[in-house]
Structure formats: C-alpha cells, structure tokens
Design a protein around this ligand. Structure first.
Ligand SMILES: CCCCC/C=C\C/C=C\C/C=C\C/C=C\CCCC(=O)SCCNC(=O)CCNC(=O)[C@H](O)C(C)(C)COP(=O)(O)OP(=O)(O)OC[C@H]1O[C@@H](n2cnc3c(N)ncnc32)[C@H](O)[C@@H]1OP(=O)(O)O
Length: 194
C-alpha cells in the first residue's frame, strides 16, 4: 500500500512551485552541496555519491549505485540507505528553488528489494509550496529510468536560514566550511537573498 498521510497533504492555500530563474539548466549536473555529505559528498568513502541532474520545472533525476557497504540483508541494500537516497534526491530540489530547506517529514514505501550492484534511477519533483513548507515526491527504479519501481517517498521540507546550520552544527565543521570559499559559493547557490 502506498500514499501519503494527512501531514503530507498540502493545505488549501498551497501554490505551485516556481523554478528560480537562476536555477541550473535542465540536464546540468547539480554537484554536491557539501563535500562530506553522506548522500552526495565526494569526500565520504562509504557515502552514496548520489549525482543529481536538473530536470524541467522543479524536478530532477539522480543516480545511485548500491555498494557492498550499503547492505542490510546479504546482498541487498539497507532500507535506511534507500531512504537516505530518496531524502538526498528530494533535498537536491533546493537547488532549483534556490531555497535552503531541511527534511521535516519523510514517508517511504519499499516495493522491491534492491540488490548490491544495482543502479537506482531516481526522480523527484516539488508538488506544492505553502509558506516555508515544501511538498515533494520521489521514485526510485531499478536498472534504468523506465525500470521497475523499487522505492518511493513523499516528503515535507521546511525552509530554514543558513543560521540553522551555524547554530546547530558542530563548531569544527562549521568553522571549516566558513573558511572554504567553494562551500560559501555552494551555499549561496541555495539562497534567494544572499
Ligand atoms: C555557513 C555554513 C553553511 C553550511 C551549509 C551547507 C550547505 C547548506 C545548503 C543546503 C543544505 C540543505 C539541506 C541538505 C540537503 C540535503 C540533505 C537531505 C536533507 C536532510 O536530510 S536535512 C536533515 C534532516 N532534517 C533535520 O535535521 C530537520 C530537523 N528539524 C528541525 O530543524 C525543525 O523541526 C524544522 C526546521 C524542520 C521546523 O522547525 P521550525 O521551528 O523552523 O518551524 P515549525 O516547527 O514552526 O514548522 C514550520 C511548519 O512546518 C510544519 N512541520 C514541521 N515539521 C513537520 C513535520 N515533521 N510534519 C509535518 N509538518 C511539519 C509545522 O507544522 C509548521 O507548519 P505551519 O506553518 O502550517 O504551522
């Protein structure tokens, strides 16, 4: 059974999402938002190394190949890792809205087992926006964009200021990103009003 709970139904005053005029062009690789992100960072040896590409409107596609380090049962991806892949894909939609937002709620359906070595083809789109609340949905298919549906998710992201990270993150990592001009540039790419 699938479908989202009442908490993920957009309210009556929700509006359609608007792609930011400075969003990356359709087809463009989005890159990692943070070097050490478990979902997309190139600096995480056992991370997912998920690569997302801008789509039309407020949508994107992403790919992730399941590695031996991602197992739950023998030879199969851990469900939490698959949820992470969905979460990361949905989080990447922030690039297209130029909004910094974090996951408030994530509801996941696991429809088929995903073997190690499989490439999961993910798609995500924002469906509605209500104030700071961003409603979005994602799917993951096996072996190709038209392959069998393995996982899906609906989520609510909540817009935050960059202070969210500065206030709550560990000092060590926050200081390191503050000193990294590339990270400041990446963070700016999420902000409508830097
Ligand atoms: C200079 C250093 C910067 C470095 C930064 C580097 C990069 C930054 C750039 C981008 C990175 C951004 C994201 C990362 C991208 C991808 C990774 C994947 C995404 C994640 O993995 S991200 C981590 C997991 N995530 C969290 O770590 C969130 C923990 N959490 C909180 O921090 C708070 O909980 C928060 C902020 C969510 C809300 O708190 P808040 O106080 O701001 O707002 P409030 O509670 O008022 O909620 C406002 C309205 O959302 C509704 N609402 C809230 N939560 C709800 C729920 N669960 N269900 C249903 N509705 C909910 C309320 O009901 C209300 O609705 P209404 O307005 O109608 O009353």
């Amino acid at each position: 059974m699938s479908g989202s709970s009442a908490a993920l139904q957009p309210p009556a005053d929700a509006v359609k999402p608007v792609r930011h005029p400075d969003a990356p062009a359709p087809g463009e690789l989005l890159g990692a938002h943070y070097e050490h992100c478990f979902g997309c960072g190139p600096g995480q040896p056992h991370g997912l190394h998920l690569e997302a590409r801008a789509g039309e409107g407020v949508s994107l596609t992403a790919e992730f190949t399941v590695q031996p380090a991602h197992q739950g049962a023998p030879g199969l991806a851990h469900g939490g890792v698959l949820a992470t892949a969905l979460d990361e894909t949905l989080g990447s939609l922030n690039w297209l809205l130029r909004t910094i937002a974090v996951t408030g709620r994530l509801e996941t359906d696991f429809l088929r087992p995903v073997p190690v070595g499989t490439t999961l083809y993910l798609e995500a789109e924002v469906t509605a926006v209500a104030g700071r609340k961003i409603y979005c949905t994602a799917t993951g298919r096996l072996g190709g964009p038209g392959g069998p549906l393995a996982v899906r998710a609906d989520a609510l992201f909540v817009e935050v200021k960059v202070d969210h990270f500065v206030d709550h993150g560990r000092q060590e990592e926050i200081q390191a990103v503050m000193n990294d001009p590339d990270q400041i540039r990446r963070t700016r790419a999420f902000e409508v009003n830097p």
